[in-house]
Ligand binder design. Structure first.
Ligand code: GDP
Length: 482
């Protein structure tokens, strides 16, 4: 695996063109530099009467799996506490950017104050002598897009709610996104400096969405802040550290680095640059690396303060150069022992990605529901409900949750009044959900995104029909048409 025709040709002391011809005769189209599958290599070996030799290579065809394995095999004695990675979510104009700016301007490590000159998509602040990493991409679009790509980077989410405005639909979405990802939520009630601020109303409204403050007998931490006036920001950071202690966030600093792409772009001067969040291990300048479907060697590394650095440990965001192409936000990265293997793995991944694009991933649809349930793959059927009025959304949600087939139930990931929008589709993609619209339609953007990501949207005008359709699909009695 991971070997290309040129190398095979060398091994057999043949011309690459001869091998390409042989493959053509066997019905396989290939060019010189393309990585060949195991099957094709076996074909060539048979052609030349050679026993194919098993070559041990790290299997990175599935980086998520590689990640999981690496984390499952961590040794307790190598583990060290790592800084939490925090995302800020909330409704537009409630103060996310102000909070991020306030943190950046006032809480930067001493000696480096004012030193953050560039924006790399994440930065670190210090509180009580401890470090906290903030993802500097306001809005949950980034958060869910990453999750949809299989990357869980956020340890804690701060949901900002303006005290003079109250709980808006986007906040409910943010809450549901965080819940779906099982990420702990801290609520920052912002703008308490305003005379019209009414924090109790915000608490009351959030209670309706299952977010109940500790002093009301719930389990959620609320902090009343003013991002603009720099009020209670220290307290907010302390709460972040508290939650982070409870979560016991650990990493193995002494292994080869693993992590996720926060941002990436192609720069005319520098080529591909990518902001990486190191999630485990330590990243070094010179490390051979595979990032999504790209590869290379870390040529330069810059931290969030714009300083050139040589190493970066767990939870550190860094901007690197040295990749052959720009990866995508949410891509995973893995460091390799040597450059050649990294290159082979990167090429193999790139060609597999092309193939995958063709026969794209299996998504949850009503047609395959029953099979997934039967195979025991599915513990719950995730559903997102959008409707024209609150009453019908609630009625539909309540009835659907009563359905049970072979021990499998319906889990409502998100329900709200309004058209089916892009955020719904992203959430559906991240959580493997089906979207049900009751007397509402998808927006044109949502429709095309759903098509692209193969998210199933079902529209109904009668509650009973919607319930019956789900139940029938779960029982595997759906007519195989559409
Ligand atoms: P975002 O859309 O959530 O990023 O919100 P912004 O950070 O852009 O804030 C929207 C508006 O609210 C701006 O005019 C801010 O100056 C203002 N704002 C943010 N935080 C506070 C606050 O704590 N108090 C007051 N009075 N205004 C604030």
């Amino acid at each position: 695996e991971g070997i290309n025709i040129q190398e095979i040709a060398k091994q057999f002391h043949r011309d690459a063109s001869e091998i390409i011809k042989k493959l053509l005769m066997l019905g396989v189209m290939a060019n010189q530099n393309q990585a060949l599958s195991k099957e094709v290599i076996e074909l060539i070996c048979v052609e030349y009467g050679v026993e194919p030799e098993e070559k041990h290579v790290i299997d990175v065809s599935d980086l998520n799996q590689y990640f999981e394995d690496a984390r499952a095999n961590r040794l307790e004695e190598n583990l060290a506490t790592r800084p939490p990675v925090v995302t800020i979510m909330g409704h537009v104009d409630h103060g996310k950017t102000t909070l991020l700016d306030q943190l950046r301007n006032t809480r930067v490590t001493e000696g480096e104050a004012g030193g953050i000159t560039q924006h790399i998509g994440a930065y670190q602040v210090e509180a009580n002598g401890k470090v906290i990493t903030f993802l500097d991409t306001p809005g949950h679009a980034a958060f869910t897009t990453m999750r949809a790509r299989g990357a869980d980077v956020t340890d804690i989410t701060i949901i900002v709610v303006a005290a003079d405005d109250g709980v808006m639909p986007q906040i409910v979405e943010a809450i549901n996104h965080a819940k779906a990802a099982e990420v702990p939520i801290i609520v920052a009630i912002n703008k308490i400096d305003k005379p019209t601020a009414n924090p109790d109303r915000v608490k009351q409204e959030l209670t309706e969405h299952g977010i109940i403050p500790e002093d009301w007998g719930g389990e959620h931490i609320f902090v009343e802040i003013s991002a603009k006036m720099n009020l209670n920001i220290d307290e907010l950071l302390e709460m972040v550290l508290l939650v982070s202690e409870v979560e016991e966030l650990k990493a193995e600093p002494n292994r080869m680095a693993l992590g996720t792409v926060i941002e990436a772009r192609l720069d005319t001067a520098q080529g591909a640059t990518a902001t990486l969040l190191v999630q485990d291990g330590t990243l070094n300048v010179g490390d051979p690396i595979v990032v999504g479907n790209t590869y290379g060697k870390v040529r330069t590394m810059v931290n969030d303060k714009g300083r050139r650095i040589k190493t970066a440990g767990p939870s550190a965001p860094v901007e690197i150069t040295g990749l052959n192409d720009a990866p995508q936000a949410g891509d995973l990265f893995v460091v390799f022992e040597d450059e050649k293997t990294a290159r082979q793995a990167g090429e193999e991944r790139a060609s597999k990605a092309l193939e995958l694009q063709r026969d794209s991933k299996k998504k949850v649809t009503l047609e395959n529901l029953f099979d997934s349930i039967k195979d025991g793959e599915m513990k719950a059927v995730n559903v997102i409900i959008k409707g024209d009025v609150q009453g019908s959304v609630e009625a539909l949600s309540a009835s659907i949750q009563k359905i049970e087939v072979e021990g499998v139930r319906v889990n409502i990931v998100h329900q709200a009044v309004g058209a089916i929008n892009e955020s719904d589709i992203t959430l559906a993609s991240a959580s493997g959900a089906i979207v049900i619209g009751f007397n509402v339609r998808p927006t044109p953007q949502a429709r095309s995104q759903a098509q692209e990501e193969e998210i199933e949207i079902r529209s109904h005008r009668i509650i009973y029909d919607a319930i019956e359709e789900i139940e029938t699909a779960m029982k595997g009695m759906l007519d195989p048409e559409y």
